[in-house]
Every structure is written in structure tokens, then in C-alpha cells.
Design a binder for this molecule. Structure first.
Ligand code: AGP
Length: 610
């Protein structure tokens, strides 16, 4: 997903735009650019590479003007080059556009424009928009944008300026978020409200198929028929809370967010654990107890780390609520068209609330008339607003591309949801209270678990040069193994594979050699002996073993090469506890390999394209 910032007001625009891009760089960072205006002159500056390259350019070639738009890119069409960086200009350089999303029919539109003699200067899909808006422009930028987006198939969050309308910004939204910011010094457009903290006092979210026009003093939102839409401006704090979105004393957002997990878990549970009825309560499910009682099955749909949380949720719902659960990759679910009966609830799990596949999967479920809930972190995000109801994580913005606190908070919320469903079914009050007590103890357990950091650093140094790594676990710890492997892959670029420990025997064990360590999640539990057998099988083939295990476990110590003891908790909480050392291991190895921990190559924090 890309980052968009626009400003029009009484201050110089470029510093505001650059500062906003810094806050959005986690969303995409292949290239960055901006365009500002002084009267009817537009000043375009853009550079491939990180935002710092654009800043260097601006230091030698400042862009003046009190209005402008800017963009930080996650490439979908065309490589990370200056020419492909946004903003893109029309042929006569009167129109400039920044875009987040994918124009699926851009080739067809491009051919038509080329047949009309338009010369293209980039490989991007976005450039067709600049030429089309110029084609339709007859003195009304909003109308020209409206006519253009009517031709578009795909998704867009747009910001547009025109040299003939100094100080005016036009925005449009379909499938990619866009928000208007209202401030004392002027008005803003952004793809994420978090970029407007400290600038805008209020924000107004656009909905799909809405377009907007703003200048320094006014703003208007219109629908497809160009009718004015009544929209409410909300205090920006409603969406951002009082969270400090900086790194604080940490070198990276990811490390900060790993260490925030005790607090994040406490926030996820705050006000939701009910001792009186030995259950959990949620203010936003928007379903009656009868509707929830009538739910006989849950389909969880998500992507990436959130999908792994869903896999943990499957075990949780089966154990605590005795409910059948299916977990589906959102990208598969939306096209599979599976038979779903009326007593099934669809549960989307997402940190950003903007993941295109998850949003589309939820919309498909809603189209079919199913109750669609969401577990989400980003307040006011598309999925949060379109779900029938749901549960916010309250984890605070997660900036590091590799998800950490969101994952453990998702697991905690799923535990509470399973408790809630369980207590409307067979779970007794004492059983429910036991779950509550163990959840309440979790933040302190995580604080204890974080003390493994120095040991993890030593292990990271020992294995930093590995090229392949296996992560193995059973039952609740199978999804944790998948998640641990994903962490290592996405920030250190080491190939890692998560597997159900017993499955190694059915082929993957052929990968095992002295250079391929296996990380075993093997705290005491009902399948401990089975996992120990799997560990023996690996050792017998010369594979090094790193064991995340219970404290002072001599049996594990006798076999494993390296130990990471973690506090004992009930098995349904082990995914949360065991993920902590795996997050730290990935972080420390990535550091040793000189990787950019917060902005790993090829990735973006939220993938708003299919
Ligand atoms: C996880 O570390 C990744 N950043 C990625 O897999 C992420 O979990 C996935 O893109 C889903 O994002 P969401 O939770 O915001 O929907």
C-alpha cells in the first residue's frame, strides 16, 4: 500500500508533506515524490529509493508553495525508478496525480490514450489517470476526476492538483483509504489518519465511490452523482488515541512494539473480562446473545500473520467453545464460493483493516447475507467500518512492517471470544473464571518472557549465517511455528519454513543437515513426548536444535543444542508466550545481517492491492 499526503493552507507545503510521508513510509518505500504549487506554477520533485533521497533533492532544489500532494510508493506496476515515482503528470503538465491502489484496466485505457497520440513517460498504471483527467478537464477539476474514475476498474485512493486551480486538492476513493484532515493552518488529504497527528484536529473518512474537493478554508464530499454528501468530522484523537507514535528510546519500531506487548495485551483485555459471569464482554459485536447462540460455526478469514492468529483461534474455539472453525486465506475465500449455512459467522482478522483481500472476502460474505465480524487494530479503517460488528485490539498503531503486538493481541482477543462463546454453551463458571485468571496474569508473564532477550541475542549470533531454518510445533504451537518462520523470512530474508512437527517425517526431514537448524516449540504439554520424539529424529540426522521450552527442563536440555526457557502457561496461551522469543530471534538475526528491520525489502505494512 502507498502513502498519500496532501496539504492546502497558509504554510509552506513541502515540509508538511515530507513529514507526513515519514509517518507513512512504512506503508511503502520504493520511491517518493511531491508536487507543490505557487500560483499556477507546479514544482515536481521525485526520487527512487527511500524518502531520504527525496529530502536530499529538496535540499538542493526546494519546492515552494502552500499547497501540494505527495506519495511514498510500494510498486505494483514498473520498478522503483524516478520516472515511475509519483506524482504523475498529464502530457501538458497541468494535472498531477498520486495514487494508491491498482488500475486493473490501465492497459486498455493506455492504448486508447496512445491511439489519441498521448506519450507515456512511465511504466505505471497511475499515469493513465493524469492523462484522462487532463482530457476531461474543462475548468472543473472535481468533475474531470469524477469522469475519469468512472472509467476505472480496480482500486484507488487519489489526490489530484491542477495548475489552473491553485490551492485546490481533489480526492477520490474506491478500495484504498482516504481521509480529509481539518486543521488551523489548512486542510489535508491522507491515506492514513496517523500521518495527520499534530496537524489536523479533525478528520473525515471518505467512503468508496466518493470524491472530495478542498482548499485552505473549505471542503466538500460528493457521491457518484455529484450530490453533496453530509459527512461528519471526528476528533482525530478518536482514531489515534493518545498513543506516542514515535520510537521512544528504541532503535526500531519493531523492538518497541515487541516490548509493548504486555501493555498491549492489558489494553486488549481492559474492561472485557467479566468476573460476575465468568465470561468476556465486547461492546462492539452488535449481535444479540440469541444471534451469537444461534451461531454454530465460524469461518475466520485473514492474510499473513493475521491468518496465523486465526489458526490459533481455531484451536481456541474448538477447545473452549466446542465450535467448528475453518480458517481461510482471504485471497482464496473470496473466490472459492464455499457452501456456507445460515448459522455460520464470518470473522475477518486484520491489523490494518485495509488489506484488500480481507476486505474483499468480508464484502463477499456480506453480499451473501452472512453476519460478518472483524477483529481489527486500526480504528475507523475500512474493514472496521464495514463489518457488522467486531472487536478492536487497542494495541496502538503498529508501525513495524513485521507484525508483533497485533498478533499476540489478536490471539488474546480470540481467547476472549472463545471464552464468550464457550460460556454460552458448555463452559462452566469455574472453568470460565480459570480462563479469566490466566488471561489477567498474561501481561506479567510476557514481561518475564521478554527477559530471554539476551539469551536470544547469543543464539542469533550463533545462527546468523544460516540460510534455511525450520520452525516446528504441534497443536496450538503449530500456528506459532508458522508465525515464527514468517517473522524470520520477512525481516532477515532467510528462508524459513513452519511445519507441524510430526509432519517432518513425511518429506521435509530430507532438508535437515548440519547447516539447517530447527526451532522447536516444546514447552510441557499434552503432546510433549511426541514433540521430543520429533526432536530426536532431527538430531539423529545431525540437525541443530533450538528449543523454546519450559524452565529447567533437563529432558530438553539433554537433546537440544540451544534452549530458550519461557514461563509455563496453559497450552491455549502458549502461542502468545512462545512467539516472544521468536519475534526477538528474527529481530536480532535481521540486525546482524544489516537488514532494515522496520522497512524490509519488497514489503509494505498493509497490502491494499490484490
Ligand atoms: C506480518 O508480519 C505481515 N506484515 C503481513 O503478513 C500482514 O500480517 C498481512 O499483510 C495482513 O495484514 P493485516 O493484518 O493488516 O490485514
Amino acid at each position: 500500500m502507498c502513502g498519500i499526503i496532501g496539504f492546502t493552507g497558509s504554510r509552506e507545503a513541502a515540509p508538511i508533506l515530507v513529514d507526513g510521508l515519514k509517518r507513512l513510509e512504512y506503508r511503502g518505500y520504493d520511491s517518493a515524490g511531491l508536487i507543490t504549487g505557487t500560483g499556477s506554477s507546479l514544482h515536481l520533485r521525485r526520487r527512487a529509493g527511500r524518502l531520504v533521497e527525496l529530502e536530499k533533492l529538496l535540499a538542493t532544489q526546494p519546492a515552494a508553495g502552500t499547497y501540494g500532494i505527495s506519495h511514498t510508493r510500494w510498486a505494483t506496476h514498473g520498478g522503483a525508478t524516478d520516472a515511475n515515482a509519483h506524482p504523475h503528470l498529464s502530457a501538458d503538465s497541468t494535472i498531477a496525480v498520486v495514487h494508491n491502489g491498482v488500475i486493473e484496466n490501465y492497459l486498455q485505457l493506455k492504448k486508447q490514450l496512445q491511439a489519441d497520440g498521448v506519450q507515456f513517460r512511465s511504466e505505471t498504471d497511475t499515469e493513465v489517470l493524469a492523462h484522462l483527467i487532463a482530457h476531461y478537464y474543462q475548468g472543473d477539476l472535481l468533475l474531470a476526476v469524477r469522469k475519469t474514475v468512472e472509467l476505472v476498474k480496480g482500486t484507488y485512493g487519489l489526490a489530484v492538483v491542477c495548475k489552473h486551480e491553485p490551492g485546490v486538492l481533489v480526492g477520490a476513493r474506491l478500495g484504498s483509504p482516504l481521509v480529509i484532515g481539518l486543521g488551523d493552518d489548512g486542510n489535508y488529504l491522507a491515506s492514513d489518519a496517523s500521518a495527520l497527528a499534530g496537524y489536523a484536529d479533525k478528520v473525515v473518512y471518505l467512503n468508496d465511490r466518493q470524491i472530495c474537493q478542498l482548499d485552505a478554508e473549505s471542503w466538500v464530499i460528493r457521491n457518484q452523482d455529484m450530490d453533496t454528501v453530509d459527512a461528519t468530522a471526528h476528533d482525530i484523537q478518536h482514531y489515534l488515541g493518545d498513543y506516542d507514535a514515535g520510537k521512544g528510546d528504541y532503535p526500531h519500531f519493531m523492538l518497541k512494539e515487541i516490548y509493548e506487548q504486555p501493555e498491549a495485551l492489558a489494553n486488549a483485555m481492559r474492561g472485557r473480562l467479566d468476573d460476575a459471569d465468568a465470561t468476556a464482554h465486547f461492546g462492539g459485536l452488535n449481535l444479540t446473545a440469541q444471534q451469537l447462540r444461534a451461531t454454530d460455526r465460524v469461518i475466520m478469514t485473514a492474510c499473513g500473520t493475521s491468518y496465523h492468529a486465526g489458526l490459533v483461534g481455531e484451536y481456541l474455539f474448538e477447545e473452549l467453545a466446542r465450535m467448528p472453525v475453518e480458517v481461510e486465506y482471504a485471497s482464496e475465500f473470496r473466490y472459492r464460493n464455499p457452501p456456507i449455512d445460515r448459522s455460520t459467522v464470518i470473522l475477518a482478522i486484520t491489523q490494518s483493516g485495509e488489506t484488500a483481500d480481507t476486505l474483499a472476502a468480508m464484502r463477499e460474505a456480506k453480499r451473501m447475507g452472512h453476519t460478518s465480524l472483524a477483529i481489527c487494530n486500526a480504528v475507523g479503517s475500512s474493514i472496521a467500518r464495514e463489518a457488522c460488528g467486531g472487536v478492536y485490539l487497542h494495541a496502538g498503531p503498529e508501525i513495524g512492517v513485521a507484525s508483533t503486538k497485533a498478533f499476540t493481541s489478536q490471539c488474546a482477543v480470540l481467547t476472549m471470544l472463545a471464552l464468550y462463546f464457550g460460556r454460552t454453551r458448555h463452559l462452566s463458571a469455574p472453568q470460565g473464571q480459570k480462563v479469566i485468571d490466566e488471561l489477567r496474569a498474561l501481561p506479567d508473564v510476557i514481561r518475564q518472557t521478554l527477559r530471554c532477550h539476551d539469551r536470544v541475542k547469543d543464539i542469533a549470533r550463533k545462527y546468523a549465517d544460516m540460510r534455511n531454518c525450520l520452525y516446528l510445533g504441534r497443536q496450538y504451537l503449530y500456528p506459532a511455528a508458522l508465525e515464527g518462520a514468517l517473522k524470520l523470512k520477512e525481516i532477515s530474508y532467510v528462508h524459513a519454513e513452519g511445519y507441524a512437527a510430526a509432519e517432518m517425517k513425511h518429506g521435509p526431514i530430507a532438508l535437515v543437515d548440519a547447516d539447517t537448524p530447527s526451532v522447536f516449540l516444546v514447552p510441557r504439554g499434552q503432546v510433549f513426548d511426541k514433540v521430543m520424539s520429533n526432536m530426536q529424529e532431527i538430531k539423529a540426522r545431525g540437525g541443530p536444535v533450538i528449543a523454546v521450552c519450559s524452565p529447567n527442563d533437563a529432558e530438553v536440555a539433554h537433546i537440544a543444542d540451544d534452549l530458550i526457557p519461557v514461563p509455563d502457561v496453559p497450552e491455549y496461551l502458549q502461542p502468545i508466550v512462545c512467539s516472544i522469543p521468536l519475534q526477538l530471534l528474527a529481530y536480532e538475526i535481521a540486525l546482524l545481517k544489516g537488514c532494515d528491520v522496520d522497512k524490509p525489502r519488497n514489503l509494505a505494512k498493509s497490502v491494499t492491492v490484490e
